[in-house]
Write a protein that binds this ligand. Structure first.
Ligand code: SF4
Ligand code: SF4
Ligand code: SF4
Length: 256
């Protein structure tokens, strides 16, 4: 039986998601061996991006027009396509600049703008429909496995739709927000990481992005009672998911 064809594509990002997928998983290698990896720059300089693909994994935010054009072609050639990692799912780190005019950011960074053709950063699903979001910076094994096996068995992937707090409580962790007054983003962050950071007594910084319909302004006001400055609170809600409706409402409470 022919193996399903997998392509891994990178746009504006650090490529950490691809690195994580192919080199830092404990249990995923067996699942990956069920695929023919026909395009993945991190593991081979060969291959062609022409497709067709049974599954396409796309990392990185879209920050240039050519990327949007290429992405649309990949979507047409792929049976299923997943956005992978915070940059592709939410805009992530590249979208931190999105609350300032593009030209102002370019002028701050580059002396000569003649070779710069950037556009306002957007997640992958701003340009093409996706079959699911593999969240995180970088993603955890649970959601990667879910995406790959759903493509293998042609089923709908089952990504979690609850907050990190639920995973945290199920693990029996001490709450770092209540007990140590750390500004934990767990209450408003989509689950899937197994409450990784609070499990090591660290506050969640929301690399999985906003949970749908989370009451982020309430958490922002709670952070204020911890003595955080307005700037620091606004930064908390614009680090990984600045474009989400939920986090935008919270950031706007304290942005200048
Ligand atoms: S989500 Fe994080 S690890 Fe993945 S490409 Fe973006 S910055 Fe790198
Ligand atoms: S530590 Fe954070 S994620 Fe865990 S229960 Fe407390 S607020 Fe929620
Ligand atoms: S606890 Fe928060 S910051 Fe840590 S891995 Fe999970 S979502 Fe990301």
């Amino acid at each position: 039986m022919k193996k399903p064809r997998l392509g891994f594509f990178k746009y504006s990002c650090c490529a950490g998601c691809e690195f994580q997928t192919f080199y830092f998983q404990k249990h995923l290698m067996e699942t990956l061996s069920s695929f023919e990896i026909v395009f993945a720059r991190m593991i081979s300089s060969g291959g062609t991006p022409e497709g067709p693909f049974d599954i396409a994994l796309v990392e990185g935010a879209i920050t240039e027009a050519w990327q949007a054009d290429e992405l649309k072609k990949i979507r047409k050639r792929s049976a299923v396509l997943f956005a992978i990692g915070a940059c592709a799912v939410n805009g992530g780190i590249p979208a931190i600049k999105a609350n300032r005019p593009e030209i102002e950011v370019e002028e701050n960074v580059y002396g000569d703008l003649s070779a710069i053709h950037s556009i306002r950063p957007h997640p992958v699903d701003a340009y093409v429909p996706v079959d699911g979001h593999i969240r995180g910076c970088p993603p955890g094994e649970r959601d990667l496995y879910e995406a790959l096996t759903s493509a293998l068995f042609r089923k709908k992937p089952d990504f979690l739709r609850q907050s990190v707090c639920i995973e945290c409580k199920l693990k029996g962790n001490v709450c770092v927000l209540v007990t140590f007054r750390m500004p934990c983003m767990g209450p408003v962050t989509n689950a899937g990481c197994g409450a990784l950071c609070p499990s090591y007594n660290r506050a969640c910084y929301s690399c999985f992005g906003a949970m749908k319909q989370a009451n982020a302004p309430a958490l922002a006001r709670r952070f204020r009672t911890l003595g955080m400055s307005g700037d620091d609170i606004a930064r908390k809600f614009t680090m990984f998911d600045a474009d989400s409706i939920e986090f935008r409402k919270a950031a706007e409470l304290y942005e200048d």
